[in-house]
Design a protein around this ligand. Structure first.
Ligand SMILES: O=C(O)C1=C[C@@H](OP(=O)(O)O)[C@@H](O)[C@H](O)C1
Ligand SMILES: C=C(OP(=O)(O)O)C(=O)O
Length: 445
């Protein structure tokens, strides 16, 4: 991804009621997976509602570089003609995933099952993120790591396995990216590849693998975990994929509607897979008015229309086992918590430290510079809600889209405006965030 070196600051300020009906862009997780599974299938995959954000566009480019034919056929409509399982061609140049952990890690898994060598790279943020967690299982399956930065960081060279081995792997942390990398490599292995996770992470890879024709069985493991068994070497057939609206993107205007007095906003087609809706559960516990209607589904992914009205919120305790189902939503939850009455305690947030930035510290800093009392205690975040936020701070984005969007949401209801130092990274996951928020009545300058 080539961001200009000039940053694009923006300020948000106290706004009138937010009103209207919007569809936020397509789900980022499903968009990456549709492109990758389309590329590993035989025949055509037609995708509608693809997220055309930079993260996903980088995955599209990498699929093209690995031999698939990827074409944009209309707004948010894409066609992929795949090469079949284990059919990737040697890419001519390094694969650049920009800011995207998901794109990079899932494609590592897919490449690990092919007898090719590829160089993986990304921007300064992605270069700091841990890749050993992906390389460890892929090496057990026969892939080899060539040159890499310390701790297996990018840029790195991955040599795929000529004869990949099926493995049984227990993921050390609840991570859909680790699980998905192993399953995608397992597609090329003979026999059954099994992943066991102690806490269930988002299951879009499993649902979509089934949709494309593979045999995959998921069973409960312990009280919160899952055991997923994939039979290798299937023939995957191109399929149609309708991408629902991204609940993680929706979380920003949803929290904005809750904290801006008098707001009433409807969100259409929001994906409501229970492994993604921890934020909605938490907000409801805090007293949020979020009404669900028009519940339906496609390819195993449920979706609904959500009507969100401004609400008086109260502090709650969020249990650690809920973290995987809302891992990208803690920043904006912390904003809601700051406007609530009472203390909100969010437990077990260690994974936030290895995202686009150290989100645990960055969230605390974002609140602190705007006059909110907040504490990081081990892996827990404690926010003291006082019903209002003084604001007036300048928030450092740290190349992290979700910090930028959370801070801008905070400014819409704070006493003084909130400024963010750089909004460029919002384009990785929600390119229309600013115009869409303005269309609802948000004031940015
Ligand atoms: O698989 C995915 O699509 C994602 C998994 C999560 O990461 P982890 O697997 O590292 O928890 C999440 O933070 C990311 O935004 C998307
Ligand atoms: C963590 C995120 O994405 P990724 O891991 O794909 O960079 C995110 O979008 O919040």
């Amino acid at each position: 991804m080539t961001h200009s070196t000039v940053s694009t600051p923006l300020e948000s300020r106290s706004s009138g009621p937010l009103t209207g009906k919007v569809r936020v862009p397509g789900d980022k997780s499903i968009s990456h997976r549709a492109l990758i599974l389309g590329a590993l299938s035989v025949g055509e995959t037609r995708i509608s509602g693809l997220l055309e954000g930079e993260d996903v566009l980088n995955t599209a480019k990498s699929m093209q570089a690995l031999g698939a034919k990827v074409e944009r056929t209309g707004p948010f409509a894409w066609s992929v003609r795949g090469v079949g399982v284990a059919g990737f061609a040697q890419p001519a140049s390094p694969l650049d995933f920009g800011n995207s952990g998901t794109g990079c890690r899932l494609v590592m898994g897919a490449v690990a099952g092919c007898p090719i060598t590829a160089v993986f790279d990304g921007d300064a943020s992605l270069r700091t993120r841990p890749m050993r967690r992906i390389l460890d299982p892929l090496e057990l399956m026969g892939a080899k790591t060539g040159e890499a930065k310390e701790g297996g960081r990018l840029p790195l060279t991955l040599h795929g396995a000529r004869d990949p081995l099926p493995i049984l792997y227990r993921t050390p942390v609840a991570s859909a990216q680790i699980k998905s990398a192993v399953l995608l490599a397992g597609l090329a292995a003979p026999g059954v590849t099994t992943v066991i996770e102690q806490e269930a992470s988002r299951d879009h890879t499993e649902l979509m693998l089934k949709h494309f024709g593979s045999q995959i069985v998921s069973t409960q493991e312990g009280s919160h975990g899952r055991r997923i068994a994939l039979t290798g070497q299937p023939e995957l057939h191109g399929a149609d994929v309708v991408v629902p609206a991204d609940p993680s993107s929706a979380s920003f205007p949803i929290v904005a509607a809750l904290i801006v007095e008098g707001s009433d906003v409807v969100f259409t087609d929001v994906m409501t897979n229970p492994l993604r809706t921890g934020l909605f559960t938490t907000l409801r516990e805090m007293g949020a008015s979020i009404e669900e209607s028009e519940v339906r589904g496609d390819a195993g992914e449920p979706m609904a229309q959500l009507r969100v009205r401004a609400s008086k919120l109260r502090g709650v305790e969020v249990p650690p086992e809920r973290a995987p189902s809302m891992i990208d939503e803690y920043l904006v939850l912390a904003v809601a918590a700051a406007f609530a009455e009472g203390t909100t305690i969010m437990r077990g947030l260690q994974e936030l430290r290895v995202k686009e930035s150290d989100r645990l510290e960055a969230t605390a800093d974002m609140l602190r510079v705007n006059g909110v009392r907040v504490e990081v205690s081990g892996d827990d975040l404690i926010v003291e809600g006082r019903g209002h936020v003084p604001g007036g701070g300048i928030v450092a984005t740290h190349m992290d889209h979700r910090i930028a969007m959370s801070a801008l949401v905070m400014g819409l209801a704070s006493d003084k405006p909130v400024k963010v130092d750089d909004t460029a990274f919002i384009a990785t996951s929600f390119p229309d965030f600013i115009p869409m928020m303005r269309s609802l009545g948000a004031e940015f300058s």
